[in-house]
Design a protein around this ligand. Structure first.
Ligand code: NCD
Length: 358
């Protein structure tokens, strides 16, 4: 079994993401992630197990007895939510997921209130958190930081799991999990997710949710991915390379209306202008054709869905909000269930919950 203690940071950091997967698994043979760092750690088997566990937790939580049972499952654990980038949903849904399982939480939401402000290194801060907590859920503007921290902790006297809640422009694996969970649920009584067409629209260059979800979709059969964006914000080469390598059908275009007509799911994203290199750079790009409005809604198939990781600006008109195909509100709630499933399995409690009497 591959262990993070058996490999140097230099060797680990240069491996392909797929090859890093076994190092991040629990050591109990369950194949479930111990650290969750990027989408490449998940395969279809793991995704389906997590979705079943999320459904199970959702069901158990419906009765008071069930909810109290769940609140006891991880009542002996504490989790630290360490968010040094803005967040509403990701923070709150992880918090709610911890609460469902009885986990006590602590949080830092602004690096200016932590000792990093006094010059403490990330390594020392994380080591500090691990002295008081049993898991760290972290969001950071720095690409690869969660990975480095996972390696550091696994090689410390107090190894605890790290969960990446968004790393720079790079990855957002738990968002991709809730997106997949939403897609699976949306199509479960309609022939399943295989063979579907998913359209990504908006800022595909800097949207980390797009990179993570695009990868997870490759774990399903014959899904076509269409990337619709202004040319300045088109999907980056590394995403396309993976699709080519895995022989996935894809198209790159700029016509949202045409794409909407053939889409099973349209995944809208906001312009990520916080990453602009010079002030106002995004505002110069013409994004007017990359918005989902009444005209696009009229072209969308009856059983197709609209998704968005949120927050939105004006890329989905509020006139779509009450349409039964608007799935972005449900996506949020799905995030709580799938994150509870992920947290429970990183602590090794998948079977306990699946097999409980509720
Ligand atoms: C996304 C993010 O932070 O990457 N939001 C989220 O986590 N739900 C998308 C975004 O900020 O546009």
């Amino acid at each position: 079994m591959a262990k993070l203690t058996d490999i140097s940071w230099e060797d680990f950091s240069t491996l392909y993401l797929e090859s890093k997967k076994p190092y991040l698994e629990r050591q109990d043979g369950s194949l479930m992630p111990y650290h969750t760092l990027f989408a490449q750690q998940f395969d279809r088997n793991i995704l389906e197990r997590l979705c079943s566990l999320a459904n199970r937790i959702r069901f158990i939580n419906k009765s008071k007895e069930g909810a109290l049972y769940l609140k006891n499952v991880l009542a002996h654990k504490r989790a630290m939510l360490y968010f040094s980038q803005p967040s509403s949903r990701t923070f709150l849904s992880h918090l709610a997921a911890c609460q469902l399982l009885g986990i006590t939480t602590g949080s830092v939401r602004d690096a200016a209130t932590s000792s990093e402000f006094k010059g403490e290194s990330h390594e020392d801060s994380i080591r500090t958190f691990s002295s008081y907590f049993d898991m760290i859920i972290m969001r950071s503007p720095e690409r690869g930081l969660a990975e480095k921290m996972a390696w550091e902790l696994s090689n410390s006297e107090r190894p605890i799991p790290i969960l990446n809640a968004g790393s720079g422009k790079d990855q957002h694996p738990t968002q991709a999990l809730l997106d997949i969970y939403t897609l699976i649920r949306s199509f479960e009584n309609k022939g399943g997710l295989d063979g579907r067409t998913v359209v990504f629209c908006g800022d595909l260059l800097r949207g980390r949710t797009v990179r993570s979800l695009s990868y997870l979709l490759t774990d399903f059969n014959d899904i076509k991915q269409i990337f619709v964006a202004p040319k300045e914000l088109q999907v980056p080469d590394d995403v396309i390379e993976i699709l080519k390598k895995k022989n996935i059908r894809f198209e790159i275009g700029d016509d949202l209306r045409e794409a909407t007509k053939i889409a099973d799911a349209v995944y809208m994203t906001r312009i990520q202008d916080e990453w602009d290199e010079s002030k106002g750079e995004s505002a110069k790009i013409d994004t007017s054709r990359f918005k989902f409005r009444a005209e696009e809604l009229a072209l969308l198939g009856k059983e197709s869905i609209i998704m968005h990781p949120l927050p939105r600006r004006d890329e989905i008109d509020t006139c779509c909000d009450h349409d039964p195909r608007a799935m972005y509100w449900r996506q949020m709630r799905n995030g709580m269930w799938i994150r509870a499933a992920l947290i429970a399995s990183s602590f090794g409690f998948e079977r306990t919950i699946m097999d409980c009497g509720y």
